[in-house]
Ligand binder design. Structure first.
Ligand SMILES: [Zn+2]
Length: 243
């Protein structure tokens, strides 16, 4: 949750997305498609995201012994002034759920006209705010989401542990850095660790080939076996996780 506004008549959850490029919102398939520098990437639907946050907040509030349930509203702001926002043709403008930052004030004014019944005292709001702050955790969402990147944005290949050059060249039994001439048999292990912390907690043979830019299935298999991982699943469904 990026921002939460507490008023006496409603609460408003605001999610801020800073995405560069041309953004198309497609509620039918619950996705946000970004076109940027001739590349297309897909982001999760931010509307679904705020709805999930609303459910969580509702649940939390239900444990807070409030007298009246208070309406929880949501909005998503696209904060990058350079981004171009488009909608899929089946969406009418009136229901378009993403707004620019400068529309927030008028949105709040609008809501204050719609929601007029005070359901909570200022004192209770302060108490709630304090409790919320106490349980606030920096979200553990992964680094890619944090910087609005996708898998496609990453430079693939093994990076040199000494000079960070990417990609190292794979030689028969080692990895060679054409920049600093380092030979390191286990260099790919660092890339694997990156994969586990950035992308997923497990990896398949085909995913390893793409991420490390290895062409042969057997080489990928050999690398996975030598990386001291746990092997799970069988045949085509085989995947590997760190121990
Ligand atoms: Zn190097």
């Amino acid at each position: 949750m990026d921002l939460l506004i507490l008023t006496q008549t409603y609460f408003l959850i605001i999610e801020v997305k800073n995405i560069v490029g041309t953004i198309t919102y497609d509620p039918e398939f619950q996705q946000l498609i970004r076109h940027h520098e001739n590349k297309e990437s897909v982001f999760k639907d931010p509307i679904l995201q705020v709805h999930r946050q609303r459910q969580q907040l509702q649940y939390w509030l239900s444990k807070q012994s409030l007298i009246h349930p208070i309406p929880i509203l949501t909005t998503v702001i696209l904060s990058n002034p350079q981004s171009i926002i488009k909608k899929t043709p089946n969406l009418t403008t009136g229901t378009f759920p993403l707004i620019r930052p400068d529309k927030l004030t008028s949105k709040i004014k609008e809501l204050s006209k719609l929601y007029t019944q005070a359901l909570i005292t200022i004192r209770d709001i302060k108490k709630l705010a304090k409790n919320l702050k106490n349980m606030h955790r920096e979200n553990d969402e992964n680094v890619l989401n944090k910087f609005q990147l996708t898998y496609e944005d990453l430079i693939k290949g093994v990076n040199c542990p000494k000079c960070s050059f990417i990609p190292m060249e794979q030689q028969r039994y080692t990895w060679f850095c054409p920049k600093c001439y380092l030979n390191d048999k286990m260099a790919f292990q660092y890339a694997l660790l990156d994969y586990f912390s950035l992308i997923n907690s497990s990896i398949t043979n085909i995913q390893l080939r793409d991420f490390l830019q290895v062409s042969s299935r057997n080489t990928a298999k050999r690398l996975l076996k030598s990386a001291n991982l746990i092997q799970l699943g069988t045949n085509k469904g085989t995947y590997y996780s760190p121990k």
